[in-house]
Design a protein around this ligand. Structure first.
Ligand SMILES: *[C@@H]1O[C@H](CO)[C@@H](O)[C@H](O)[C@H]1NC(C)=O
Ligand SMILES: *[C@@H]1O[C@H](CO)[C@@H](O)[C@H](O)[C@H]1NC(C)=O
Length: 326
Protein backbone atom coordinates (compact mmCIF):
# COMPACT_ATOMS: atom_id res chain seq x y z
CA UNK A 1 0.00 0.00 0.00
CA UNK A 2 2.88 2.32 0.88
CA UNK A 3 3.97 2.03 -2.70
CA UNK A 4 0.57 2.48 -4.26
CA UNK A 5 0.51 6.23 -4.84
CA UNK A 6 4.06 6.70 -6.06
CA UNK A 7 3.63 3.70 -8.35
CA UNK A 8 0.32 4.94 -9.71
CA UNK A 9 1.80 8.35 -10.40
CA UNK A 10 4.80 6.76 -11.96
CA UNK A 11 2.66 4.58 -14.17
CA UNK A 12 0.42 7.47 -15.23
CA UNK A 13 3.48 9.52 -16.07
CA UNK A 14 5.05 6.67 -18.00
CA UNK A 15 1.96 5.58 -19.90
CA UNK A 16 2.05 8.13 -22.76
CA UNK A 17 5.77 7.83 -23.29
CA UNK A 18 5.62 4.03 -23.04
CA UNK A 19 2.90 4.07 -25.72
CA UNK A 20 5.15 6.12 -27.96
CA UNK A 21 8.06 3.78 -27.17
CA UNK A 22 5.94 0.77 -28.17
CA UNK A 23 4.89 2.36 -31.44
CA UNK A 24 8.48 3.35 -32.11
CA UNK A 25 9.70 -0.20 -31.35
CA UNK A 26 7.08 -1.66 -33.67
CA UNK A 27 8.05 0.68 -36.49
CA UNK A 28 11.76 -0.05 -36.04
CA UNK A 29 11.06 -3.78 -36.10
CA UNK A 30 8.98 -3.59 -39.27
CA UNK A 31 11.45 -1.28 -41.01
CA UNK A 32 14.70 -2.93 -40.08
CA UNK A 33 14.20 -6.53 -39.05
CA UNK A 34 14.34 -7.67 -42.67
CA UNK A 35 16.79 -5.05 -43.86
CA UNK A 36 19.83 -7.16 -43.09
CA UNK A 37 19.62 -10.51 -44.82
CA UNK A 38 20.62 -13.42 -42.66
CA UNK A 39 19.29 -12.02 -39.41
CA UNK A 40 16.24 -13.90 -38.36
CA UNK A 41 13.37 -12.19 -36.60
CA UNK A 42 13.12 -15.02 -34.14
CA UNK A 43 16.79 -14.58 -33.18
CA UNK A 44 16.03 -10.91 -32.50
CA UNK A 45 13.03 -11.88 -30.40
CA UNK A 46 15.08 -14.27 -28.30
CA UNK A 47 17.65 -11.55 -27.70
CA UNK A 48 14.87 -9.18 -26.65
CA UNK A 49 13.69 -11.72 -24.08
CA UNK A 50 17.22 -12.09 -22.74
CA UNK A 51 17.36 -8.33 -22.33
CA UNK A 52 14.02 -8.36 -20.53
CA UNK A 53 15.21 -11.14 -18.20
CA UNK A 54 18.31 -9.13 -17.39
CA UNK A 55 16.44 -5.85 -16.85
CA UNK A 56 13.86 -7.36 -14.53
CA UNK A 57 16.41 -9.38 -12.55
CA UNK A 58 14.95 -12.75 -13.58
CA UNK A 59 18.21 -13.94 -15.08
CA UNK A 60 21.45 -12.08 -15.50
CA UNK A 61 22.55 -11.57 -19.09
CA UNK A 62 24.97 -8.72 -19.34
CA UNK A 63 26.02 -9.65 -22.88
CA UNK A 64 22.42 -9.36 -24.14
CA UNK A 65 22.22 -5.90 -22.62
CA UNK A 66 25.50 -4.89 -24.24
CA UNK A 67 24.47 -6.33 -27.61
CA UNK A 68 21.31 -4.25 -27.69
CA UNK A 69 22.88 -1.12 -26.22
CA UNK A 70 25.62 -1.27 -28.86
CA UNK A 71 23.06 0.23 -31.27
CA UNK A 72 24.29 -2.06 -34.04
CA UNK A 73 21.04 -4.02 -34.16
CA UNK A 74 19.01 -1.44 -36.01
CA UNK A 75 15.58 -2.94 -35.39
CA UNK A 76 15.93 -2.64 -31.60
CA UNK A 77 16.08 0.45 -29.43
CA UNK A 78 17.43 -0.07 -25.92
CA UNK A 79 15.91 3.25 -24.78
CA UNK A 80 12.45 2.33 -26.02
CA UNK A 81 12.73 -1.08 -24.36
CA UNK A 82 13.84 0.46 -21.08
CA UNK A 83 10.81 2.79 -21.06
CA UNK A 84 8.38 -0.05 -21.83
CA UNK A 85 9.92 -2.22 -19.11
CA UNK A 86 9.78 0.64 -16.58
CA UNK A 87 6.10 1.18 -17.38
CA UNK A 88 5.49 -2.56 -17.07
CA UNK A 89 7.13 -2.67 -13.65
CA UNK A 90 5.14 0.35 -12.45
CA UNK A 91 1.97 -1.36 -13.70
CA UNK A 92 2.94 -4.49 -11.77
CA UNK A 93 3.27 -2.39 -8.61
CA UNK A 94 -0.14 -0.81 -9.17
CA UNK A 95 -2.06 -3.95 -10.03
CA UNK A 96 -0.10 -6.67 -8.26
CA UNK A 97 -0.08 -8.72 -11.48
CA UNK A 98 3.12 -9.75 -13.20
CA UNK A 99 3.41 -8.08 -16.56
CA UNK A 100 7.09 -8.13 -17.41
CA UNK A 101 8.86 -9.91 -14.54
CA UNK A 102 7.25 -13.32 -15.02
CA UNK A 103 8.82 -15.95 -12.73
CA UNK A 104 10.68 -18.74 -14.53
CA UNK A 105 8.56 -21.50 -13.01
CA UNK A 106 5.18 -19.94 -13.83
CA UNK A 107 2.92 -21.50 -16.47
CA UNK A 108 2.62 -18.30 -18.45
CA UNK A 109 3.72 -18.37 -22.11
CA UNK A 110 6.01 -15.48 -21.15
CA UNK A 111 8.02 -17.90 -18.97
CA UNK A 112 8.80 -20.26 -21.84
CA UNK A 113 12.01 -18.62 -23.01
CA UNK A 114 13.35 -17.79 -19.53
CA UNK A 115 12.75 -21.45 -18.59
CA UNK A 116 14.67 -22.54 -21.67
CA UNK A 117 17.54 -20.13 -20.93
CA UNK A 118 17.86 -21.42 -17.40
CA UNK A 119 17.75 -25.06 -18.46
CA UNK A 120 20.55 -24.60 -21.00
CA UNK A 121 22.59 -22.62 -18.53
CA UNK A 122 22.42 -25.41 -15.94
CA UNK A 123 22.88 -28.12 -18.57
CA UNK A 124 26.18 -26.59 -19.64
CA UNK A 125 27.43 -25.63 -16.19
CA UNK A 126 27.14 -29.28 -15.14
CA UNK A 127 29.62 -30.23 -17.87
CA UNK A 128 32.21 -27.47 -17.48
CA UNK A 129 34.57 -29.65 -15.43
CA UNK A 130 34.69 -32.50 -17.94
CA UNK A 131 34.33 -31.19 -21.50
CA UNK A 132 37.15 -30.07 -23.75
CA UNK A 133 35.13 -28.11 -26.29
CA UNK A 134 31.88 -26.18 -26.63
CA UNK A 135 30.18 -25.88 -30.00
CA UNK A 136 27.18 -23.59 -30.46
CA UNK A 137 25.34 -24.62 -33.61
CA UNK A 138 23.29 -21.89 -35.29
CA UNK A 139 24.44 -19.43 -32.63
CA UNK A 140 22.48 -16.35 -33.72
CA UNK A 141 22.68 -13.76 -30.96
CA UNK A 142 23.14 -16.37 -28.28
CA UNK A 143 25.06 -15.08 -25.25
CA UNK A 144 26.12 -18.41 -23.70
CA UNK A 145 29.76 -18.08 -24.69
CA UNK A 146 29.96 -14.74 -22.83
CA UNK A 147 28.55 -16.02 -19.54
CA UNK A 148 31.06 -15.47 -16.71
CA UNK A 149 31.09 -19.15 -15.65
CA UNK A 150 31.79 -20.24 -19.23
CA UNK A 151 34.51 -17.64 -19.78
CA UNK A 152 36.15 -18.59 -16.48
CA UNK A 153 36.04 -22.31 -17.21
CA UNK A 154 37.43 -21.69 -20.69
CA UNK A 155 40.37 -19.86 -19.15
CA UNK A 156 40.89 -22.32 -16.30
CA UNK A 157 40.59 -25.55 -18.29
CA UNK A 158 41.52 -24.29 -21.73
CA UNK A 159 38.13 -25.30 -23.13
CA UNK A 160 37.88 -24.44 -26.81
CA UNK A 161 34.73 -22.58 -27.84
CA UNK A 162 33.26 -22.50 -31.35
CA UNK A 163 30.24 -20.63 -32.67
CA UNK A 164 29.00 -22.00 -35.98
CA UNK A 165 26.55 -19.94 -38.00
CA UNK A 166 25.73 -18.81 -41.49
CA UNK A 167 28.30 -16.25 -42.67
CA UNK A 168 25.94 -13.26 -42.88
CA UNK A 169 24.43 -13.63 -39.40
CA UNK A 170 27.84 -14.32 -37.96
CA UNK A 171 29.36 -11.22 -39.53
CA UNK A 172 26.66 -9.06 -37.94
CA UNK A 173 27.20 -10.75 -34.59
CA UNK A 174 30.93 -10.11 -34.74
CA UNK A 175 30.26 -6.43 -35.39
CA UNK A 176 27.76 -6.31 -32.52
CA UNK A 177 30.25 -7.98 -30.20
CA UNK A 178 32.96 -5.56 -31.20
CA UNK A 179 30.75 -2.51 -30.74
CA UNK A 180 29.63 -3.88 -27.36
CA UNK A 181 33.21 -3.80 -26.13
CA UNK A 182 33.03 -7.50 -25.21
CA UNK A 183 36.18 -9.60 -25.28
CA UNK A 184 35.61 -12.50 -27.65
CA UNK A 185 39.18 -13.74 -27.84
CA UNK A 186 38.13 -17.08 -26.32
CA UNK A 187 35.64 -17.74 -29.15
CA UNK A 188 36.38 -19.12 -32.61
CA UNK A 189 33.73 -17.98 -35.08
CA UNK A 190 33.16 -20.61 -37.75
CA UNK A 191 31.14 -19.54 -40.78
CA UNK A 192 29.14 -22.35 -42.33
CA UNK A 193 26.65 -22.33 -45.15
CA UNK A 194 24.52 -25.12 -43.70
CA UNK A 195 22.84 -25.78 -47.05
CA UNK A 196 26.10 -26.54 -48.77
CA UNK A 197 28.39 -27.97 -46.09
CA UNK A 198 27.96 -29.90 -42.90
CA UNK A 199 28.88 -28.14 -39.67
CA UNK A 200 31.38 -30.90 -38.97
CA UNK A 201 33.20 -30.16 -42.19
CA UNK A 202 33.24 -26.44 -41.43
CA UNK A 203 34.63 -27.15 -37.94
CA UNK A 204 37.24 -29.56 -39.26
CA UNK A 205 38.89 -26.64 -41.07
CA UNK A 206 39.65 -25.03 -37.68
CA UNK A 207 43.08 -25.83 -36.36
CA UNK A 208 41.92 -25.78 -32.76
CA UNK A 209 39.00 -28.12 -33.25
CA UNK A 210 39.49 -31.73 -32.18
CA UNK A 211 37.07 -34.24 -33.64
CA UNK A 212 37.78 -36.85 -30.96
CA UNK A 213 37.35 -34.58 -27.93
CA UNK A 214 34.52 -34.57 -25.40
CA UNK A 215 32.28 -31.81 -26.66
CA UNK A 216 29.19 -29.98 -25.48
CA UNK A 217 26.89 -29.09 -28.34
CA UNK A 218 24.36 -26.34 -27.78
CA UNK A 219 21.64 -26.49 -30.41
CA UNK A 220 19.21 -23.96 -29.02
CA UNK A 221 16.25 -22.67 -30.98
CA UNK A 222 17.29 -24.44 -34.16
CA UNK A 223 15.87 -27.95 -34.45
CA UNK A 224 12.34 -27.04 -35.54
CA UNK A 225 13.55 -24.89 -38.45
CA UNK A 226 15.36 -27.85 -40.01
CA UNK A 227 14.02 -30.69 -42.09
CA UNK A 228 13.69 -34.08 -40.43
CA UNK A 229 16.65 -35.28 -42.52
CA UNK A 230 18.89 -32.47 -41.24
CA UNK A 231 17.80 -33.11 -37.65
CA UNK A 232 18.63 -36.79 -38.01
CA UNK A 233 22.03 -35.98 -39.50
CA UNK A 234 23.03 -33.67 -36.68
CA UNK A 235 22.04 -36.08 -33.92
CA UNK A 236 23.70 -38.96 -35.72
CA UNK A 237 26.91 -37.05 -36.34
CA UNK A 238 27.19 -36.14 -32.65
CA UNK A 239 26.48 -39.74 -31.66
CA UNK A 240 28.86 -41.44 -34.07
CA UNK A 241 31.73 -38.97 -34.52
CA UNK A 242 32.27 -37.88 -30.90
CA UNK A 243 33.44 -39.77 -27.84
CA UNK A 244 31.45 -40.83 -24.77
CA UNK A 245 30.77 -37.91 -22.46
CA UNK A 246 29.80 -35.65 -25.37
CA UNK A 247 26.38 -34.07 -25.03
CA UNK A 248 23.84 -32.36 -27.20
CA UNK A 249 21.33 -29.93 -25.70
CA UNK A 250 18.35 -28.75 -27.72
CA UNK A 251 14.73 -27.67 -27.52
CA UNK A 252 11.68 -28.90 -29.39
CA UNK A 253 7.98 -28.33 -29.79
CA UNK A 254 5.11 -30.65 -30.13
CA UNK A 255 4.10 -29.16 -33.42
CA UNK A 256 0.39 -29.95 -33.48
CA UNK A 257 -0.17 -27.99 -30.28
CA UNK A 258 2.31 -25.25 -31.00
CA UNK A 259 1.05 -24.75 -34.54
CA UNK A 260 -2.54 -24.32 -33.42
CA UNK A 261 -1.57 -21.30 -31.34
CA UNK A 262 1.35 -19.79 -33.18
CA UNK A 263 1.03 -20.62 -36.85
CA UNK A 264 -0.01 -17.03 -37.54
CA UNK A 265 3.14 -15.75 -35.82
CA UNK A 266 5.45 -18.08 -37.71
CA UNK A 267 3.81 -17.01 -41.00
CA UNK A 268 4.33 -13.40 -40.03
CA UNK A 269 7.97 -14.12 -39.29
CA UNK A 270 8.41 -16.09 -42.48
CA UNK A 271 10.19 -18.87 -40.60
CA UNK A 272 8.12 -22.01 -40.90
CA UNK A 273 8.55 -24.85 -38.44
CA UNK A 274 9.58 -28.06 -40.16
CA UNK A 275 10.44 -30.54 -37.40
CA UNK A 276 9.01 -31.53 -34.08
CA UNK A 277 8.77 -34.37 -31.65
CA UNK A 278 5.18 -35.44 -31.75
CA UNK A 279 4.19 -37.24 -28.63
CA UNK A 280 0.73 -38.64 -29.07
CA UNK A 281 -2.01 -38.24 -26.53
CA UNK A 282 -2.04 -41.96 -25.83
CA UNK A 283 1.71 -42.40 -25.45
CA UNK A 284 4.03 -41.89 -22.54
CA UNK A 285 5.71 -38.72 -23.68
CA UNK A 286 9.05 -39.42 -22.00
CA UNK A 287 9.19 -42.73 -23.82
CA UNK A 288 8.58 -40.93 -27.11
CA UNK A 289 11.50 -38.60 -26.39
CA UNK A 290 13.78 -41.53 -25.53
CA UNK A 291 12.79 -43.30 -28.76
CA UNK A 292 13.35 -40.15 -30.76
CA UNK A 293 16.95 -39.84 -29.56
CA UNK A 294 17.71 -43.54 -29.63
CA UNK A 295 16.51 -44.01 -33.21
CA UNK A 296 18.55 -41.13 -34.57
CA UNK A 297 21.72 -41.91 -32.64
CA UNK A 298 21.97 -45.63 -33.44
CA UNK A 299 21.18 -46.25 -29.77
CA UNK A 300 24.33 -44.44 -28.68
CA UNK A 301 22.68 -41.52 -26.88
CA UNK A 302 20.34 -41.25 -23.95
CA UNK A 303 18.53 -38.35 -22.34
CA UNK A 304 20.18 -37.24 -19.09
CA UNK A 305 18.20 -34.08 -18.41
CA UNK A 306 14.80 -32.97 -19.59
CA UNK A 307 12.40 -30.16 -18.92
CA UNK A 308 8.89 -29.51 -20.21
CA UNK A 309 7.36 -26.12 -20.72
CA UNK A 310 4.71 -25.48 -18.15
CA UNK A 311 2.74 -23.71 -20.84
CA UNK A 312 -0.77 -23.58 -19.33
CA UNK A 313 0.12 -26.93 -17.74
CA UNK A 314 0.19 -28.75 -21.07
CA UNK A 315 2.97 -31.13 -20.13
CA UNK A 316 4.10 -32.08 -23.60
CA UNK A 317 3.66 -28.77 -25.37
CA UNK A 318 7.40 -28.83 -25.93
CA UNK A 319 10.55 -28.69 -23.92
CA UNK A 320 14.27 -28.98 -23.56
CA UNK A 321 16.58 -31.99 -23.66
CA UNK A 322 20.17 -32.85 -22.88
CA UNK A 323 21.31 -36.14 -24.41
CA UNK A 324 24.62 -37.80 -23.66
CA UNK A 325 26.77 -40.05 -25.82
CA UNK A 326 27.21 -43.16 -23.67
C1 LIG B 1 7.77 -1.41 -7.18
O1 LIG B 1 7.63 -1.84 -5.86
C2 LIG B 1 8.83 -2.22 -5.23
C3 LIG B 1 8.53 -2.74 -3.86
O2 LIG B 1 7.25 -3.26 -3.76
C4 LIG B 1 9.79 -1.06 -5.21
O3 LIG B 1 11.01 -1.48 -4.66
C5 LIG B 1 10.01 -0.53 -6.61
O4 LIG B 1 10.80 0.63 -6.57
C6 LIG B 1 8.70 -0.22 -7.26
N1 LIG B 1 9.00 0.13 -8.64
C7 LIG B 1 8.34 1.04 -9.30
C8 LIG B 1 8.78 1.24 -10.72
O5 LIG B 1 7.42 1.68 -8.86
C1 LIG C 1 40.70 -10.78 -23.69
O1 LIG C 1 40.78 -11.89 -22.84
C2 LIG C 1 41.99 -12.59 -22.92
C3 LIG C 1 41.87 -13.80 -22.00
O2 LIG C 1 40.78 -14.58 -22.36
C4 LIG C 1 43.16 -11.72 -22.54
O3 LIG C 1 44.35 -12.42 -22.69
C5 LIG C 1 43.17 -10.48 -23.42
O4 LIG C 1 44.14 -9.60 -23.00
C6 LIG C 1 41.80 -9.79 -23.39
N1 LIG C 1 41.79 -8.71 -24.35
C7 LIG C 1 41.39 -7.49 -24.04
C8 LIG C 1 41.43 -6.50 -25.15
O5 LIG C 1 41.00 -7.18 -22.92
Amino acid sequence: MMNFFPSTLRFIALLPIATVAMLYSGILFVLYSNATPGISRTAINVLTQRYLCHSTGIKEDLAAQKFIRSGRIKCLSATAMDIIIAAGIALENVTGFTVVSVPIDSNSPMALLPFRFKFFEQALDEELDTIEQIVVLGAGFDTTTFRPSVVQAAGRRNIKIFEVDNPITQQVKKEVVEKSGLNASHITFVPCDFEKTSWLEALSHCQEFKSKARTYFLWEGVMYYLTEKAVRETINTVATEFPAGTSLAFDYFRLDRFARRYLWAMRLYGEPLLSSIDTRESQDFRETLDDFISERSDGKMRITKQGSYQYFNQGDFGGVIKALVA
